[in-house]
Write a protein of this length. Structure first.
Length: 350
């Protein structure tokens, strides 16, 4: 009988009759013996995922980001398990957890088995629940803002870059005009005006209206960088052969944009989006910190920093947990953006 290895060599890639009856163990032995394996093609997405999994920093950062989003989404469930909520005033007389000056009676801001992160001075609300719901508020607002900014920037950049001419000129001038605005001062000046248009100054502004106002203001002045990036990419791509070929075949501009241009700008848009989200979170926190964003009793990261800034000398522990959470999230998301960029484009490695 012919030796199995000789049969493989003689028959090339087509197995001979003798090799058809080989067991799986024998087949595995042949592969180990040096038989050529069949080449399997991989898509760009598969190659990107393979490179990303090798980046330990990126994987750890992704896990941290997913953890923050999961905790924020499950805040009501955690509240039921924990047995506390972010609104109950545990410093009232029947609880006796605050001293005569309004500060927690226990060490480290009142940290205990009942209140893991301590209590909020003066009101005595649970800091752990305040932090979880504050993260939920900030992340929910920032995600909506980021989606709107990315969508608007991509649309304006695609239209201006592809059509060029007067369309590109006027869109570019509008973009330049909005980029010249001092964004932080504009936020401070515009937020009270936006809320006053819809609510009587003598009445309390509803939380949903404050959220809509913040999202509108942040979106209005946040999409220009994405538009500039997309426009520069499209200006390069529209002269490429595959776009010219699509034009020759009679494809409509919408089809060319959707089928030819959009897939080729996905990578820079995704990377830029990972940088825009933490920036949006910081902007939301800033507005709440200066008192024109979310206000009492809505839990928010920025509002917690505002409270901590007033009592840090007497209760420094209160600032510790929201501060650490903010730093960890922003750093993790920025590192995730770097890892995603490197996974898509290995030549841009750090």
């Amino acid at each position: 009988m012919t030796n199995p290895s000789q049969a493989v060599k003689a028959g090339g890639d087509t197995p001979g009759p003798e090799s058809e009856g080989l067991s799986k163990e024998q087949g595995g032995g042949l592969a180990k013996a040096g038989a050529p394996a069949e080449a399997v093609g991989r898509s760009p997405g598969q190659l990107m995922w393979t490179r990303f999994k090798r980046d330990r920093t990126g994987v750890v950062s992704a896990c941290v980001v997913i953890f923050f989003f999961a905790v924020s989404a499950l805040a009501p469930v955690i509240s039921k398990i924990y047995g506390k909520d972010p609104y109950t005033l545990y410093g009232q007389n029947q609880y006796g957890l605050l001293d005569d000056f309004g500060f927690p009676t226990g060490a480290n801001g009142g940290m205990s088995g009942e209140h893991w992160f301590g209590l909020e001075p003066e009101l005595g609300r649970d800091v752990f629940m305040q932090l979880l719901y504050g993260m939920r508020t900030s992340l929910f607002t920032a995600v909506i803002v980021t989606i709107l900014m990315v969508a608007t920037g991509v649309l304006v950049g695609l239209v201006g870059g592809y059509f060029g001419g007067k369309v590109d000129y006027w869109l570019g001038r509008v973009t330049d005009f909005l980029m010249s605005f001092p964004s932080q001062l504009f936020f401070i000046a515009t937020m009270p005006v936006v809320t006053a248009v819809f609510v009587d100054p003598a009445e309390e502004t509803p939380t949903y209206l404050r959220a809509i106002a913040m999202i509108s203001v942040l979106w209005f002045l946040g999409w220009m960088a994405m538009a500039r990036l997309v426009r520069s990419q499209v200006l390069t791509l529209r002269e490429r052969e595959f776009v010219e070929a699509a034009k020759v075949t009679g494809a409509s501009p919408w089809r060319i944009i959707r089928k030819e241009l959009l897939p080729n700008i996905f990578t820079p848009v995704l990377v830029q989006g990972t940088y825009m989200l933490p920036s949006a979170i910081l902007s939301v926190a800033f507005l709440s910190f200066i008192g024109v964003g979310y206000v009492e009793p809505t839990p928010d990261w920025g509002r917690m920093f505002a409270i901590a800034g007033n009592i840090y000398e007497n209760d420094p522990t209160y600032m510790f947990f929201p501060g650490i959470a903010m730093v960890v999230f922003v750093v993790a998301f920025n590192l995730l953006g770097d890892s995603v960029r490197d996974a898509f484009d290995p030549k841009s490695g750090r």
